[in-house]
Design a protein around this ligand. Structure first.
Ligand SMILES: NC(=O)c1ccc[n+]([C@@H]2O[C@H](COP(=O)([O-])OP(=O)(O)OC[C@H]3O[C@@H](n4cnc5c(N)ncnc54)[C@H](OP(=O)(O)O)[C@@H]3O)[C@@H](O)[C@H]2O)c1
Length: 314
């Protein structure tokens, strides 16, 4: 009889994953089995399951979850990503290509490491590695109240940049420690005025697209005195944005997609992740994560997140 495990299993595009049994993975050449301790539920996981991502599944059933934290056979604790399908992170065991992981230092629990992995990695890559945030630079974070935006604000501040945090939730915005805030739940003209007033910008980190991006381009086209790099990381506010040609022609802006700027080496990314874990352990970077048993995946999948990252635990 084949070995089975408990897992969050997707049975079709657009369905809510169900807690159930799934055949346990067996490692082939160049692969390793990870015994999972925790796996975060991210926007990517939902879009993947809804068929909105190029890598969305076409064969069912499949285990959900693009990453996680657990132990290799030799006991080493790792944060892994890109598990080999049909296995995902939200299961007792995941199948991973050897080396597609970062070591996880002692003193940080699985839930914290799992919560940090995706938003922390994206924040470091965007703000520091691609964005070059630092002293004398001004960074606008669109979507600063989300799990990723909150970390991006903190990372940019630690790098010494001046940070303008834009989002809808005033209480979250005020608690972020940004140098200025922009309310996005205002009429467009007010948003454009507020973004303009807090510039000029060197870097825009956009987790939203949609209407906030339209407002940002309108503001940048008013004469941002500096050349600005605009990095699109997410689309929580919309898959499309109407950007007039003149806004792009008038602004000294370079627009890049978060996935297009090349990739740091695994060693560079692992070192950055380890540094961030240390900062989280010291309370220098604050994360808001909630551990939820994997058995409750259906409820976790459908409830609103409000910036707090849900982490499924085994
Ligand atoms: N490429 C990568 O590696 C990578 C990594 C991390 C994230 N991302 C992407 O970045 C995006 C955000 O991720 P996340 O982890 O921060 O997600 P999240 O924790 O779910 O946060 C989403 C945020 O979007 C805000 N939002 C939604 N609609 C909005 C609107 N119309 N106007 C203003 N704010 C709006 C929400 O604000 P409220 O609190 O007001 O509802 C919430 O704070 C997603 O698209 C994700 O896929 C990409």
């Amino acid at each position: 009889m084949p070995d089975v495990m408990r897992a969050a299993v997707l049975h079709g595009i657009g369905e809510v994953p169900r807690y159930g049994e799934f055949p346990a993975p067996v490692a082939g050449a160049g692969e390793a089995v990870v015994t999972v301790g925790a796996a975060a539920l991210k926007p990517f996981d939902r879009w993947w399951a809804e068929g909105l991502h190029p890598a969305s599944p076409t064969v069912f059933p499949q285990v959900v979850g693009a990453d996680g934290v657990g132990r290799l056979d030799d006991g080493t604790r790792v944060a892994f990503f890109g598990p080999v399908t049909p296995y995902g992170g939200m299961a007792e065991r995941a199948l991973v290509r050897r080396g597609l992981w970062f070591p996880v230092r002692a003193g940080v629990d699985d839930v914290t490491a799992a919560a940090l992995l995706n938003p922390g990695g994206a924040a470091w890559k965007t703000v520091v590695w691609e964005g070059g945030a630092g002293p004398g630079k001004t960074v606008l974070v669109l979507g600063a109240t989300g799990a990723s935006g909150r970390i991006a604000v903190q990372v940019a501040k630690r790098e010494g940049a001046r940070v303008v945090a834009a989002g809808r939730d005033r209480s979250v915005l005020d608690a972020l420690g940004a140098d200025a805030v922009v309310r996005l739940d205002r009429p467009k003209d007010e948003v454009v005025d507020a973004i303009t007033a807090h510039g000029p910008y060197d870097l825009v980190v956009d987790y939203l697209w949609g209407a906030p991006a339209e407002a940002a381009f309108a503001a940048l086209s008013r004469g941002n005195e500096r050349r600005v790099r605009y990095i699109l990381v997410g689309m929580s506010a919309g898959a499309t944005a109407e950007v007039p040609a003149m806004a792009l022609r008038a602004a000294r802006v370079e627009v890049i997609g978060g996935g297009t700027g090349g990739s740091p080496s695994i060693e560079e990314a692992a070192a950055a992740f380890d540094r961030m874990l240390g900062l989280v352990a010291e309370g220098e970077i604050v994360l808001d994560a909630e551990a939820v048993p994997l058995a409750d995946i259906e409820d976790a999948w459908t409830r609103p997140e409000n910036g707090r990252r849900t982490v499924l635990v085994l």
